[in-house]
Design a protein around this ligand. Structure first.
Ligand code: NI
Length: 255
């Protein structure tokens, strides 16, 4: 059994063949997935999907790239959705300094508001970080995010920062990049972080693992991520699958 903790089956890239994509995932042993919404259309679709399929869950939040578009009504909507029985986390939220659509101070404010909401509704958070590690760590500390914990999604930073995040009650989630030949850091993280703090994800349709790099990603490929972690840790694929599934169920309070 595999638990893909970050999928965008709500993305338009899956409009034409969603059922086949889901069938292939299940054939590879992917028994649960969290569909992550990050703006109005993708949040709506994430909710629809988790209401349609019992093995799909939803996470709802506001992406930092679009932080400038979030209204007070949107935040109220997230609060409302947090009570939905299949909504297991808030996010993805975070900071993204690669794109400049939303100014840094707006991104920070929107992140802080969502962390405060997560503490209010007692849900873990899913963190997106691009080129903003120091500011993310500072805000997680200042806002006391350890109270709810969550996931450092598609983690690509150093072992040192990963350990700091684990101390703040976060799980480190590895995706396709851990399988890339030239990706040194995710491989070091897979080796150094204990199995009881690791999660796996695809972030599909993005970041397909080797040997599918560059193609549309899909949840079936999360198996490649688990196999890579097993090889790096010198343990079996089954151990990785079992531990990461258990970690995800615990974090999302499933079963
Ligand atoms: Ni994502």
């Amino acid at each position: 059994m595999l638990f893909d903790t970050h999928v965008h089956l709500n993305a338009e890239q899956f409009n034409d063949d969603l059922q086949e994509v889901i069938d292939r995932a299940q054939a590879e042993g992917v028994s649960r997935m969290v569909v992550v919404g990050f703006d109005r259309p993708t949040i709506k679709r994430a909710i629809e999907l988790c209401e349609t399929y019992d093995f799909l869950y939803a996470s709802v939040g506001w992406h930092p790239v679009d932080a400038i578009d979030m209204t007070p009504e949107d935040l109220d909507w997230l609060r409302e959705l947090s009570a939905h029985p299949k909504v297991v986390a808030l996010g993805e939220m975070g900071l993204d300094y690669y794109w400049d659509k939303s100014p840094k101070d707006v991104q920070k404010e929107v992140l802080r508001k969502q962390i405060q909401l997560a503490k209010e509704v007692k849900l873990p958070i899913i963190i997106h970080n691009r080129d903003a590690t120091a500011d993310i760590v500072e805000i997680l500390k200042e806002e006391g995010a350890a109270e709810v914990g969550g996931i450092m999604h598609c983690y690509s930073g150093s072992v040192e920062i990963a350990k700091e995040c684990v101390e703040m009650n976060f799980y480190i989630s590895l995706g396709g990049p851990v399988t890339f030949k030239n990706a040194k850091k995710p491989k070091e993280v897979a080796e150094a972080i204990p199995l009881d703090r690791l999660l796996i994800e695809t972030d599909c349709p993005y970041l397909a693992p080797h040997p599918n790099r560059g193609k549309r990603n899909e949840p079936a490929y999360v198996k490649l991520v688990a196999e890579q972690i097993a090889a790096l840790k010198g343990i079996t694929y089954e151990e990785v699958a079992e531990a990461t599934t258990l970690n995800a169920k615990k974090l999302f309070d499933i079963n």
